[in-house]
Design a protein around this ligand. Sequence first.
Ligand code: OSB
Ligand code: MG
Length: 368
Amino acid sequence: MYIKEIVMRKVNMRMKHPFTTSFGTQQDRSFIIVEAINDKDVSGWGECVSTGSPLYIEEFTDSAWLMLKDHLIPLVLNKEITHPDELQETFQVFKRNNLAKSAIEGAIWDLYAKEQNKSLAECLGGVHNTIEVGVSLGIEENTDDLLRSIKEKVQEGYKRIKVKIRPGKDLDVLETIRDTFPDIPLMVDANSAYSLEDIDIFKKMEKYHLMMIEQPLAAGDLIDHAKLQKEIDTPICLDESIHSLENVRQAIEIGSCKIINLKVGRVGGLTESKKIHDLCKQHDIPLWCGGMLESGVGRAHNIAVTSLANFTLPGDTASSSKYWNKDIIEPEVIVQDGKLDVPKGAGIGYDINREELDKHTVENLVFK
Ligand code: OSB
Ligand code: MG
């Protein structure tokens, strides 16, 4: 595969609804779309799932933009690449910056799959033809609004409901949800808003039979999560503490969690994702694919990775229409009865709607 040209686009898209987590509210998404073009003029697509400010993890869109422009793109432009797995070694000279690395790696994986005339899912070793999805609901000021959205999403068929919590918006909200929906598959995500001093809150949560508690403690922490997991039966699921295979190995070894939320961007790409998948499978740690309020490009990559065998729990890859008035891929992602078909077409299996992409592009850099 010869990388003849790379186009980087900074894209601003406004979501239909604001999304609130313990770290803040987002409605305007600012992210990067990377297009890698080979010598036959075939394009592969990747998304940098960063946010405008470093609120979720340390990377943000402007840092990723510089990282791609000055450091990563020069390592692959005008180079011959035999297999995308090689890129991990190419990029490892630079520390972390995983969201940026994943964006370019993802574009090259898509291109590779297209050159093989195979789906990305097949190239990754995927086995599921359909995947199950849940939905992640933000914090609402008014709990009635949250109950209304839960009802809507349950009726739409989503396989589990995730609600965001923060200190002061946790046990009471769960009590109200369970009063109305005693049996729905339910989980919470704290986005690292608590500390071990809050252990009683998590003990009190046990009675709501949650599927799991996602990232209750500090981003990057493994040790305190292991202490908390010893005190509660509800499985802990790690999100912001997992940036690599090495983090996963350590988390398993000390018992920091029983489930892992895999985000391709956060771990630096699809090659690292495959390795994490295999290690978790070996240790019977179920995986599910997290979301970053992606556009269709990132969403398509999420669907492909979720086709791997050990993705056994519903992920956060909801329908395009939950987020966007119009997505930048065709067809859009449509969840039916809580399920998605893994596309069989070459690469990510969705076409880019260039007209729609252009509408939202605020900056454009071409490297040849
Ligand atoms: O913690 O999983 C998270 C969105 C942005 C940043 C972090 C998270 C989320 C979500 C939404 O939970 C997932 C989605 O619908 O894409
Ligand atoms: Mg999370």
